[in-house]
Structure formats: C-alpha cells, structure tokens
Design a binder for this molecule. Structure first.
Ligand SMILES: [Zn+2]
Length: 280
C-alpha cells in the first residue's frame, strides 16, 4: 500500500494582493473582502466537518487587517505559513526589503500563534535570487513556491547562474525543503476574471472540470509513486464561491474515498525530511 499525502493550502490574501498591485478602488477591495467575510467561514466549516488540518499562508497585512478571522483559522488548528507582509513578490523588491518582509511577516504570525512560521510561500510564486538564503537565515524549514517537481519534495538551490549564451549553472542544494506547486493546481488562474490596461485573464472555468483535473492528478500520483505529496493551492475569495465550494467538497469526498492522507505542509515536510533527506 502506498502513502498518498494531500496538502490543502489556502493563500489568505484578502485585499493585500490588490493593494500590492495598486488596485485600491472599491471594486477590487470588495473582491478581496469576500475572502474574510464569506470564504473563510465556509472553508473552516468544511475542513471541520471533514476533520482536515490544512495550511494557510497569510500575509502580515491580512493578519493585521482581519485579526479575528485569522485567529479563527489558527484556533481551528490549521498551520499558519508566511506569505510576505505586503504581498509584493520577492523578485520585485530589493534584498533588504525582502528581508524586512520576512521579519515583519513573522512578527505578525508570532502575534497570532506565539511562534514564527516554519514554511514560506512567495506572493505570486516569484522568488528572487536572494530568497533561499534569506529563508534559511530566518529559520524557515520549507518553501512552497517552485515548480521543479510534482509529488516528490526536493532541496532548494542557492547561487544558480543564468547567463544568456552560456549553459545554465546549477548552484548548491540547501537544507530548505521545497514542496512543489503548480499553476494548474491553483484555483486563481482557472477561476478569476482579471482585466487590467495591459491584459485580460479570462478565468471563470467550470469548477467541476477543474476539480476533475485535480482528482486525476491525485489518481496519477497514487498509481505511479509509492509515497508522494500533492499540494492544492486555493484562495478564500476564489474557492469560496458557492458552486466552487460544492465542487471542492465533492473532490474532498473523492480524495478521502481514494485513501488520501491529509496533512499540514509542516507535517508533510517533516515526513519528507525523514524519508528523503534523513541526514539534513
Ligand atoms: Zn497570495
């Protein structure tokens, strides 16, 4: 019998992501508000009824703007991970600003849970060249922002060198455990309609079709590896819409019936370390 682990993860951006993009008019703000006002209570209820502990990556901005909702998430026993303070992607800020984001975000998390985060997920999944060093410096155990694998965690590298016209140079593997993600397993691009001056992202796909893809991803993992971790990424203001919740709850039921072992990311990272990198 294999062991097929599933991490349900929620990036609780609320309004921070819109503000970080400069979209501060009442429309985008209200879109973010749907998360704490409607999505979070629905998700906490679903997770409670299924007895699932999950991981919530929460920006400091959300913790300080919606302290009550964040407290409810933590008190329900879910892991609180780091997701920046302002929700600016690391690749868009200086090294010093990136460090400040990590420190300030951890202060907010410590005020919520009494301890700093074990895990990090970068806003918009865009680490900088400094991120791995800074995450190690700040005591993180795992990251969940990269796409170099699917079911098997790996060790994040530092000091890669990309130069046009030369072969890529891979840096050293570090002790930071990478729990890989994918845009295909993220609710945001599938569902959110976003119109800016530069682009239109259509989103608004069938929730049933997306959940079928997500189930197939699990079934493929179960079929092909003895041990693996599958990570789904959701946002309360995205998955929290009624018809999506309906389809998501059906997925949770099917995953359970197929033998999925639901875990927080920190527990999954600990199991990965023991199994794959015992000397770390
Ligand atoms: Zn986010």
């Amino acid at each position: 019998m294999g062991r097929s682990i599933v991490c349900l993860t929620f990036d609780f951006d609320a309004i921070s992501g819109w503000i970080a993009r400069g979209m501060t008019s009442p429309g985008p703000i209200s879109r973010g508000e749907f998360g704490p006002h409607v999505g979070v209570p629905r998700l906490l209820d679903l997770l409670d009824r299924h007895g699932i502990r999950s991981t919530w990556f929460i920006p400091g901005h959300t913790i300080e703007t919606y302290p009550g909702e964040c407290r409810r998430v933590a008190e329900a026993g879910h892991e609180i991970g780091h997701h920046g303070w302002t929700h600016r992607p690391p690749a868009t800020v200086s090294r010093e600003e990136e460090r400040e984001e990590l420190v300030r975000g951890n202060e907010a998390i410590r005020s919520l849970t009494g301890q700093r985060a074990r895990g990090y997920r970068s806003p918009s999944w865009d680490l900088s060249a400094h991120s791995v060093d800074l995450l190690l410096e700040q005591g993180f155990v795992y990251d969940s922002s990269l796409m170099g694998g699917d079911y098997i965690p790996y060790r994040a590298r530092r000091d890669d060198v990309a130069e046009l016209g030369k072969p890529y140079k891979f840096g050293q593997e570090t002790k930071l455990i990478e729990l890989p993600i994918s845009w295909s397993l993220d609710d945001h691009p599938h569902f959110e309609f976003i119109r800016t001056q530069a682009t239109v992202l259509p989103g608004l796909q069938s929730a049933r079709a997306v959940m079928q893809n997500w189930l197939d991803e699990f079934l493929y993992m179960k079929k092909t590896v003895d041990w693996g971790i599958l990570t789904y990424t959701m946002h309360p203001y995205v998955i929290g819409r009624g018809y999506r919740m309906q389809a998501f709850e059906d997925l949770v039921g099917k995953l359970t019936a197929e033998g999925a072992v639901f875990m927080t990311m920190q527990d999954a990272a600990a199991e990965a370390r023991q199994r794959l990198f015992p000397g770390l």
